[in-house]
Design a binder for this molecule. Structure first.
Ligand SMILES: Cc1cc2nc3c(=O)[nH]c(=O)nc-3n(C[C@H](O)[C@H](O)[C@H](O)COP(=O)(O)OP(=O)(O)OC[C@H]3O[C@@H](n4cnc5c(N)ncnc54)[C@H](O)[C@@H]3O)c2cc1C
Length: 455
């Protein structure tokens, strides 16, 4: 049995949200931690396309950031979003609040700015060395060495005692580990891709849309969303099939005319918000999205995966980074619970966390349909209204599904199970209802009383 550090150096591969956060948690065990990151230091180099990419940060991510005492810094760079602003075909908007409480807020945050705070905090521990432009290629578990290539394409072998794979969805640490631990890997690639666009600020620096909402332009089989940035601009993302026989797709939008008429037809009120829309559309590649299923997250006391490397998901619930950081917290707790038996801690981490990862993977896929089409469906809107009303009347037993994922820290698997049961209640109550006034509240009370109390 070994404790952290017994076998030798503690190495984290990947300095993204999961890796940087986990490194800080591991350093608190009293060990020196080496983080190897393939990209240059994002605090010093311009490594993006110039576009500010932002993410939705919610309660689980905040809990993890709180645990490493950086949330006050992060708060300074976030914009609170209180709900979805759904842009309808006729140019009207419909604001759908995220929840009942003032605290039911999702925060828009720049991916790079958040990552920079985490890297600063890592360095401030005095126990973490950050090694940039070191790309992991493979791991040799017999020799306890990881092979990297540096900025000059030279091979560098690094010895480790325990290696933490926080190297994202294409994780080479995972690739090497699955060859020795007999685990399994499956990647379900979504048939839809995405492209990012920018809605610039007004000339006076103000936002061109309400900054306290996540904007959605639903179009049935595809959609555009936009999240605010502090500089007054919005990062918009169009999600569309890669190819399609019976509708628009990235493959069918090859010429300037095709792009112009596509936006004019499907996103008439969005198009004027983006000057040079066509150039912006063609600037940058179409991104892929997938769900990563891994069985075998660790190898003895030598290696373990965290974040997208273990459980990459599609982005439609705004939870990938939140889940990645929460997994860091969960893993650290397992190490603390079994301080003298790292292998057992890693096994317990996977046993407890994988069902949660599977659940959020499923819910993220379901949320794509919710965002691109359900948000304008009368049946969905009635159930949503009823859901919030039941939450108000029975706060100890009923919580809307979205809120359980975004504003609670109960396991994702529990949230999914509860949501399934609640969905049956909603189906029954709305079977003959056309509006909230038609709901039988006695029946509602009886049905909700059968649900387990909320944790
Ligand atoms: C379009 C889109 C929108 C999204 N929106 C949201 C959102 O709103 N909210 C949310 O919570 N999540 C969102 N996500 C998901 C989120 O970006 C990821 O889940 C999150 O970044 C995962 O963190 P991570 O640290 O595990 O992996 P990553 O962020 O991928 O970080 C991995 C790090 O490892 C480095 N690395 C990779 N390979 C190597 C190597 N071989 N050697 C060394 N280093 C390596 C990378 O450079 C990177 O720094 C979105 C994703 C996409 C694609």
């Amino acid at each position: 049995m070994t404790a952290l550090g017994d076998r030798g150096p503690v190495v984290v591969v990947g300095g993204g949200p999961a890796g940087a956060l986990l490194a800080i948690l591991l350093a608190r065990h009293g060990h020196h931690v080496d983080v190897y990151e393939s990209r240059p230091d994002l605090r010093r180099a311009d490594i993006g396309s110039g576009r500010s990419i932002n993410l939705a940060l919610a309660t689980r991510g905040i809990a993890a950031l709180d645990a490493i005492d950086v949330m006050d810094r992060v708060e300074e760079i976030t914009i609170p979003m209180r709900g979805r602003m759904v842009h309808l075909d006729d140019g009207a908007t419909n604001f759908q609040p995220y929840g009942l409480h003032d605290s039911d807020i999702v925060h828009s945050v720049s991916r790079n700015a958040l990552n920079a705070i985490l890297l600063d905090a890592a360095e401030e521990t005095g126990r973490i060395s950050l090694h940039f432009e070191m790309r992991c290629r493979s791991v040799d578990f017999d020799a306890s060495t990881a092979r990297f290539t540096n900025a000059f394409d030279q091979i560098v072998d690094v010895g480790f005692g325990t290696i933490f794979g926080a190297d994202g969805a294409n994780s080479p640490v995972r690739g090497s580990m699955l060859q020795v631990n007999g685990g399994r890997f499956r990647e379900d690639v979504l048939e839809h891709g995405y492209r990012e666009l920018t809605i610039p600020a007004n000339p006076d620096g103000s936002h061109r849309l309400d900054p306290h909402a996540l904007h959605i332009w639903p179009a049935g089989g595809f959609m555009v969303i936009a999240l605010p940035n502090p500089a007054g601009d919005f990062t918009a993302t169009i999600f569309l099939p890669h190819t399609s026989n019976d509708g628009p797709s990235f493959a069918s939008l090859e010429t300037r005319d095709e792009v112009e008429s596509f936006f004019a037809e499907h996103f008439a009120d969005f198009a004027p918000l983006v000057p040079d829309l066509v150039d912006d559309f063609f600037d940058g590649p179409v991104g892929d999205m997938s769900t990563i299923h891994v069985q075998g997250w660790s190898w003895a006391d030598q290696a373990v995966l965290v974040g997208d490397a273990a459980h990459g998901i599609v982005p439609f619930h705004g939870q990938g980074m939140n889940a990645a950081m929460e997994s860091g917290l969960v893993l650290d707790q397992h190490i603390r619970d079994r301080p003298l038996d790292l292998a057992a801690a890693f096994a317990a981490y996977e046993a407890g966390r994988r069902p949660d990862a599977d659940a959020i993977g499923d819910m993220a896929l379901q949320n794509y349909i919710e965002m691109r089409s359900d948000v304008v469906d009368p049946d969905y809107l009635l159930k949503r209204e009823l859901s919030l009303e039941l939450e108000k009347r029975h706060p100890d037993r009923f919580a809307a599904r979205y809120g359980m994922v975004m504003f609670h820290t109960m396991g994702y698997a529990e949230a999914e199970t509860r949501a399934r049961r609640q969905s049956r209640v909603l189906d029954q109550l709305t079977a003959r209802a056309r509006s909230i006034d038609d709901i039988d509240w006695d029946l509602a009370g009886a049905l909700v009383s059968i649900l387990d109390p909320l944790p």
